[in-house]
Design a protein around this ligand. Structure first.
Ligand code: FE2
Length: 383
């Protein structure tokens, strides 16, 4: 009798060796613990807001997620090291608003739970692990990396001191006039190849598309480009003008931008950040330009390798987040599937708080178009 086909997630090889996984785990978890330990008294109380999470809840949740997938095979019937863990920290069943109503265990209990779960994984990695364990350990590490990044933009929203050093910094544009790179009509491969290592389900599967010729800017839109738009007579005369970006202020004719808890001078050549998709589109309309789609940005990324993105900001695309042909959910089904409703836009690249191991040209990030709290920017294409 033929064997049934293996689930996709068992085929995301090759996997890094156990020593590398162990070092990634130590790296991401020590970063999380240092963020939590550096919090000042009172920082844990955060007002209810759709773009925030109670920080201790978020910490409990990421430990719970790790334990659930790595040690409990994704089954609530398998016991947790923390009593009531599923009722407290399962983000798939706890409505966002309800996270504020939960009585989260105190930080020392959460730290102890975290230490015990991580110790179990270190013990697992000291033995030989199979493809499924390697998959779930990576899922848990990358999920934690994403939450560390979320702590960074939550801290920026709240005006707290920087929680950790960025992994990279934006390079300033060398000249003010943006130049455009021409791509002739071409067939491109979009999505992830089989056997290309760990991927997320929304990258399935690699497929060829024909991309019409386009011209894409070499650099992201800068502060001065954006300021010109904000102050333009057309925008000022609009009944609903685009306002200056959040975290900007003007004092005695000088602009400043807030970076965590500090007001800094801003450079006009710096890529503009914290712009919503909706405002980025209005900028493009005013300049008679357009946003790139995700295929165009993917092609640019694949051609320019590490050099493609001096902005070190997530860059908005005009592509709604949608499944590729051949999509099917992986075990953590809520990663992509619930968000394919047309209400989210794809962002490509990475931000300065995204660790190196998550920086892949096939990675697809997605946010609602009004969001601007994360470290995002954009570039343009000629019409
Ligand atoms: Fe999560």
């Amino acid at each position: 009798m033929p064997h049934p086909p293996l689930a996709d997630h068992l085929l995301y090889e090759p996997h890094p060796d156990s020593a590398l996984l162990d070092s990634w785990l130590i790296n991401t978890n020590s970063l999380t613990c240092s963020i939590l330990k550096k919090m000042r008294p009172g920082d844990e109380s955060v007002a209810i807001d759709v773009i925030l999470n109670p920080p201790y809840w978020e910490f409990g949740h990421l430990t719970w997620f790790h334990e659930f997938w790595v040690h409990r095979v994704g089954q609530t019937s398998s016991p947790s090291l923390l009593s009531d863990a599923d009722d407290l920290f399962n983000s798939s069943v706890i409505a966002h608003r309800d996270r504020w109503a939960i009585t989260t265990p105190p930080l020392d209990v959460l730290l102890e739970y975290n230490a015990r779960v991580m110790q179990k994984t270190h013990e697992l990695l000291a033995k030989s692990i199979d493809a499924e364990q390697a998959y779930f350990i990576q899922l848990a590490i990358f999920h934690q990396d994403m939450h560390n990044e979320a702590f960074a933009y939550m801290w920026q929203t709240l005006g707290y001191p920087a929680p950790f050093e960025p992994f990279s910094q934006a390079k300033l544009a060398t000249n003010q006039a943006s130049s455009y790179i021409h791509f002739p009509e071409t067939n491109v491969m979009i999505g992830s190849e089989r056997k290309s290592g760990f991927i997320f389900d929304n990258e399935k599967w690699s497929h060829s598309i024909t991309l019409a010729a386009f011209n894409i800017s070499e650099q992201a839109v800068s502060n001065s480009d954006y300021l010109e738009f904000i102050e333009s007579p057309t925008n000022q005369a609009d009944l609903n003008p685009v306002t200056s970006p959040i975290y900007w202020k003007k004092e005695r004719g000088v602009w400043y931008q807030r970076y965590f808890n500090e007001w800094l001078d801003f450079s006009e050549f710096e890529p503009v950040r914290h712009i919503s998709y909706s405002d980025a589109k209005r900028y493009c309309d005013w300049r008679q330009l357009r946003l790139p789609n995700e295929y165009e940005l993917s092609l640019l990324m694949s051609q320019k390798q590490n050099d493609w993105q001096p902005s070190h900001l997530w860059e908005w695309t005009s592509s709604p987040f949608a499944p590729f042909p051949g999509f099917s959910s992986d075990p953590y089904a809520d990663y992509s599937q619930p968000w394919f409703d047309g209400n989210y836009q794809v962002l490509k690249g990475w931000g300065m708080y995204t660790p190196e191991r998550l920086r892949r040209s096939t990675f697809r990030n997605f946010y609602a178009p009004h969001r601007k709290d994360h470290f995002c920017g954009f570039r343009t294409c000629l019409l």
